[in-house]
Design a protein around this ligand. Structure first.
Ligand code: SF4
Length: 64
């Protein structure tokens, strides 16, 4: 499973970081980074929570 970020929508408010810090990081320049390319199954619940929590609707999931 891969995470797709709509970079036009993301405002780097780090809501997703709080939901899944293993996967998302916002740097000092307020830029979002994905820390994993392929989401391992054990992190899937956290990532799904982050997708639901994003107030900008900027995250979606892509199955291979
Ligand atoms: S929660 Fe959404 S808007 Fe906020 S940093 Fe994450 S992807 Fe961007």
């Amino acid at each position: 499973m891969k995470i797709v970020v709509n970079w036009e929508r993301c405002e780097a408010n780090a809501v997703c970081v709080r939901a899944a810090p293993e996967v998302f990081r916002v740097d000092d320049d307020d830029r979002l980074h994905l820390l994993v390319d392929d989401v391992p199954s054990e992190l899937r619940p956290k990532v799904e929570k982050a997708v639901r929590a994003c107030p900008r609707g900027a995250l979606s999931l892509e199955e291979p």
